[in-house]
Design a protein around this ligand. Structure first.
Ligand code: PGA
Length: 258
C-alpha cells in the first residue's frame, strides 16, 4: 500500500446471499468494521439484494456495488440491468469485466470498455477487473494480457483520476485457494501502475489497484504490504463476515503504520 491511497476492501458475493441472508451479512460486515477509519469497505450483493442491502447499510460507512451492468440506459435487452437502475437501488459502485463474466457470459475487452464509459458517465464508480489465465501465465504472456485488457478502458480514467478502480485478479487464483504470492502480485500491479502513469501522473498516483484471488484474513497482510496493492476484491472470504472484516483490519493496520 501507499499512504497516498486509501485502501479499499471489496466483497464480491457473486451468486450468493440473495434472500434474507443478504441484509444480515451486510449488517454484520458494518458492525465488524465500524471502527476502521483508515480503510473503505464495500459489498457487492446480487442484483435482487441491492436495494435491501443499500437500505440496511445507509447511515454506515460500507459502500454497495452491483456485480455487472449493461452499457445502455434502457431498451430491449432482456435480463440486463442498467447504470441508472443500479443507482436507483442506492448502490454507487459497479464491478465490471469480472473474469467469470468474460469466461461464461462472453464479455470482451470491447464490452468492458463500453460499460466503463457508461458507468463513468452516470457517476457509478467502476471496479474494472483484469487478469490472465493459467495458460497465459505459463506462456509468459501475463503482462501482455493485462496490458491489452487495460488498453480497453484506461484512458477513460483520466476524466476523474482516482474515481475508477482497477482489480488485478489472476484467473488461476480465483476460488481455487491458490493465491498469488505477494511478489507475483506486486510484479503485475507495478506494471499496471506504470500503464496508469502513462495516461498521466495523476491517474497513476490516484487509481487504486486491488488484488483478487483467494484473499483471506490469513494471507491479506503479505499482499497488502506490497507497494502497488491498494486493497482487495474478495470472493469466498467475503461471505464470512469475520474473515472479511479480518482482511479490512489487516488493511487498516498497514494504513495506520503508514
Ligand atoms: P475468491 O474470488 O476470493 O473466491 O478467489 C475473488 C473474485 O472472484 O473476485
Amino acid at each position: 500500500m501507499n499512504p497516498m491511497r486509501r485502501p479499499l476492501i471489496a466483497g464480491n458475493w457473486k451468486m450468493n446471499q440473495g434472500g434474507a441472508g443478504a441484509p444480515h451479512l451486510a449488517a454484520e460486515v458494518a458492525t465488524r468494521t465500524v471502527e476502521l477509519d483508515a480503510v473503505d469497505v464495500l459489498v457487492a450483493p446480487p442484483f435482487t439484494a441491492l436495494t435491501t442491502v443499500a437500505k440496511e447499510l445507509s447511515g454506515t460507512k460500507v459502500h454497495v456495488a452491483a456485480q455487472n451492468m449493461h452499457a445502455k440506459d434502457s431498451g430491449a435487452f432482456t435480463g440486463e440491468v442498467s447504470a441508472p437502475m443500479i443507482l436507483e437501488t442506492g448502490a454507487k459502485w459497479v464491478i465490471i469485466g469480472h473474469s467469470e463474466r468474460r469466461q461464461y457470459f462472453g464479455e470482451t475487452d470491447g464490452s468492458v470498455g463500453e460499460k466503463v464509459a457508461a458507468a463513468l458517465a452516470k457517476k457509478l464508480r467502476p471496479i474494472v477487473c483484469i487478469g490472465e489465465t493459467l495458460e497465459q501465465r505459463e506462456q509468459g504472456k501475463t503482462l501482455a494480457v493485462v496490458g491489452w485488457q487495460l488498453d480497453a478502458f484506461v484512458k477513460l480514467l483520466a476524466a476523474e483520476p482516482g474515481y475508477g478502480v482497477v482489480a488485478y485478479e489472476p484467473v488461476w487464483a480465483i476460488g481455487t485457494g491458490r493465491v498469488a504470492t505477494p511478489e507475483q502480485a506486486q510484479e503485475v500491479h507495478a506494471a499496471i501502475r506504470a500503464r496508469l502513469t502513462q495516461v498521466n501522473a495523476e491517474v497513476g498516483a490516484k487509481t487504486l489497484v486491488l488484488y483478487g484471488g483467494s484473499m483471506k484474513a490469513s494471507n491479506a497482510a503479505g499482499l497488502l504490504s506490497q507497494a502497488d496493492i491498494d486493497g482487495g476484491l474478495v470472493g469466498g472470504a467475503a461471505l464470512d463476515a469475520a474473515d472479511f472484516s479480518g482482511i479490512a483490519k489487516a488493511a487498516q493496520d498497514l494504513a495506520k503504520k503508514g
